[in-house]
Design a protein around this ligand. Structure first.
Ligand code: NDP
Length: 682
């Protein structure tokens, strides 16, 4: 039981200080009990200064760090937040969230932060500027090339968030911008801002982030968006109407400010025509609808609003939903028996009731009464409770549910007769964050998923095999895109390291290779190279980009190829049977194995003695470009291409450009050799 004695006056963290607004705070109420839990006001701030503070203080400090250093800060913050999670759960109850709902927000949010921090260290180089794609050769003689790079935007990332995920909404957005090297200003929705404020307070107290990297506006945004410039990025989650207004605000238009929007989304779940009552897929479909209606009381941007199902299964679906929803106890989230908490506020309940009335113009209620509330616990007058409502649109093409979002535990059933009709109904949502398809048929999965993919940011297929492992319809995951076209806002968040790149500018850098290397930290053909001591003798402290070895040549004989074939068991005809090889359109005769070429290359370029090269952990982009025949000779040129020191470790990842040529100086194989090299070697 959580007892709040004194409502807290929320503060904003701007320009390095916790500050209160200039007016009396507006009361924020516990969603279940109606008690005042906090007071909020952010008036009187001059946000030109807030933005400037982020740009001038947080930005340079973050950009002075490398990608991995920034990711490690987030890891440390995430682990500390996990240790204090119970404090967040206590306030999460005030929002109307049950423990299970709070888990999605709090531990889901912290988990997202930690996943992004870990992926950044695995997938991004440890650099200030991230290379994007390969070097593009623009001249025959290697005197002019190009490379795309990503550099951090030099403004601030302003995140305007919705009330339903006060923690996850902040963390999933600040993780990418902080990894990118950009400071953030978070503006949570007022209704649940106390929880965001508590977490920001804890993060600031940790003293891990550089000053100015994270600011908070707890209260209305004021003039925050009036001062944005071309280097700032704005993200928005909330209603489509507010989103449209903000997206077209003058400074955003004037300065072409990047604006990512995630708004109302009328997500669909489709039951495949193969999956009738009694099948596991039917049960999974029903369970998912119930879960999406009741988790966060349906206040999820990804919740199922439209359930599209074969017409002959409508009655069975209503009966199954009635049984499942009948067991869902609505009540005070502090009560352990409660499975579904209240909506975030009484205003939200009025809003949901109004939307249901709109939906009723083209659909009828088959389960639940929006005006009658039955609860297991809690005050039905002061608490924003509402029971689940299931509607049926008998003429589904005309259903208002394709246009109207009731942001609560409400779903509309839409019967269909053919796969084409199911696809067409899903697309009537005009672009959604997510859809799910429950089927155990290859054809149904193929037809439905490809039919709707271009209208959705994510499509989840569910069947009996994935029933236990599936992460579900409603869960955005850090490695996967979250966002959708059209009505869903047209934005894209998460998606692993894609998210980081939204906060960086991609530039194509063209020039002579040696100057490109100086800019990008990647050696390429045509750039300066130096030969001398074998580069495998050099620790990272001595190794330089362009350190190179050109090996002596080695002949490839028939005996070599036959020995390799029998030794490895790879007796593929192209290496063993002259006639069969000649019949192959790519070969004139028997050829050497590609892996024999790579093995001989290693035999040519390695320095065998113990030294700073610790291990070979793979190759990238391996291509065998032309055949090697018996009697050909191979020679290797190995050049130090990229050096990536690991933070908190005694080694760097070093990438070597490996080019294998024949006696005619034709490139027969090309690849990157990946090694770990000690930073120092005695
Ligand atoms: P709003 O669109 O009103 O608010 C979203 C965010 O925008 C809040 O942080 C809000 O701040 C802020 N905001 C509002 N006006 C401005 C402004 N002029 N300048 C800057 N920021 C502004 O959505 P609500 O949270 O009130 O929810 C309303 C409806 O939106 C819901 O009923 C639901 O239908 C939909 N919604 C959809 C979501 C989705 O992800 N699909 C998520 C949440 C809501 P403040 O709270 O201080 O006003």
């Amino acid at each position: 039981m959580n007892i709040q004695t004194q409502p807290r006056l929320l503060q904003s963290y701007v320009c390095g200080q916790w500050r209160t607004g200039s007016r009396d705070g507006k009361p924020l109420l516990n969603a279940a009990t109606g008690e005042v839990v906090a007071l909020i006001d952010a008036s009187g701030f001059a946000h030109a200064e807030t933005l400037d503070y982020g740009r001038s203080k947080g930005g340079p400090a973050l950009r002075a760090l490398t990608t991995h250093q920034r990711a490690l800060m987030l890891k440390e913050i995430g682990l500390k937040l996990l240790d204090m999670k119970e404090d967040f759960y206590a306030e999460s109850l005030w929002t109307g969230a049950t423990r299970a709902d709070g888990w999605v927000d709090i531990e889901g949010g912290i988990g997202t932060l930690l996943t992004m921090a870990s992926k950044a260290r695995r997938e991004l180089p440890n650099v200030h500027v991230i290379p994007d794609g390969p070097v593009e050769k623009l001249s025959q003689d290697d005197s002019f090339s190009a490379q795309h790079i990503l550099s951090p935007m030099e403004g601030v990332a302003i995140h305007i968030n919705a009330f339903n995920f006060p923690v996850w909404g902040m963390l999933e957005k600040i993780a990418p911008n902080l990894i990118a090297g950009m400071p953030a200003i978070v503006k949570p929705a007022s209704q649940t801002a106390y929880l965001t404020e508590l977490m920001v307070r804890r993060i600031i107290d940790m003293d891990i982030l550089p000053e100015g990297a994270l600011q908070l506006v707890a209260g209305s945004a004021g003039d925050l968006l009036d001062h944005v410039t071309c280097q700032d990025v704005v993200t928005f989650t909330g209603s489509a109407e507010t989103g449209r207004r903000l997206r077209t605000s003058p400074a955003i238009i004037e300065n072409s400010v990047r604006f990512t929007m995630e708004a109302d989304s009328l997500n669909a779940s489709i039951l495949g025509s193969d999956a009738g009552p009694g099948s596991e897929e039917f049960d999974l479909f029903i369970r998912e609808i119930q879960r999406e209606m009741t988790s966060k009381a349906g206040q999820k941007c990804t919740a199922i609003r439209r359930a599209i199902l074969p017409a002959q299964h409508v009655d069975a679906a209503i009966a199954a939903l009635s049984e499942r929803l009948g067991k869902t106890v609505t009540g005070d989230p502090a009560d352990k028996q409660t499975r579904m908490g209240p909506l975030a506020s009484l205003d939200q309940r009025e809003e949901v009731r109004d939307r249901i009335a709109e939906l009723q113009r083209s659909a009828r209620i088959v389960l639940g009464d929006p005006d009658e509330v039955q609860v297991g616990s809690g005050d039905t007058k002061r608490g924003a409770f509402v029971n689940p409502v299931v509607m049926l649109a008998e003429d589904p093409a005309q259903a208002a549910a394709h246009d109207v979002e009731a942001f609560g535990p409400v779903v509309t059933l839409m019967p269909y007769e053919s796969n084409e009709q199911a696809v067409s109904l899903a697309r009537q949502g005009k672009g959604s964050l997510v859809a799910s398809v429950f089927t155990n048929s290859n054809e149904v999965a193929h037809d439905l998923v490809l039919g709707i993919a271009s209208y959705h940011g994510r499509v989840m297929i569910g069947n009996r095999k994935s029933a236990k492992s599936s992460t579900g319809h409603g869960s955005p995951l850090a490695p996967l895109i979250h966002g959708g076209p059209g009505r869903a806002g047209g934005g894209e968040e998460l998606g692993g390291m894609r998210a980081v790149k939204h906060y960086m500018q991609r530039s194509a850098i063209q020039g002579p290779p040696e100057l490109l290397t100086a800019v990008t930290g990647i050696w390429s053909d045509g750039a300066d190279a130096q030969q001398g001591q074998h580069p495998f003798r050099k620790p990272v402290s001595e190794l330089r980009l362009g350190d190179q070895i050109v090996t002596p040549a080695r002949e490839v004989t028939q005996e070599d190829v036959e020995h390799f074939a029998h030794f490895t068991g790879d007796t593929f005809y192209a290496h063993m049977d002259s006639e069969a090889a000649k019949a192959n359109p790519f070969f004139d005769d028997r050829v050497a194995h590609g892996y024999l070429i790579a093995s001989f290359a290693a035999g040519l370029f390695v320095d065998p003695d113990p030294g700073p090269v610790l291990a070979n952990y793979g190759v990238d982009n391996l291509r065998f470009l032309i055949p090697v025949y018996f009697g050909d000779t191979l020679q290797v040129r190995l050049t130090c291409k990229e050096i990536n020191p690991r933070e908190n470790a005694e080694h760097a990842e070093v990438r070597w450009d490996c080019r294998v040529t024949n006696q005619k100086d034709e490139v027969v194989a090309q690849y990157d050799v990946l090694t770990m090299v000690a930073k120092e070697w005695p």
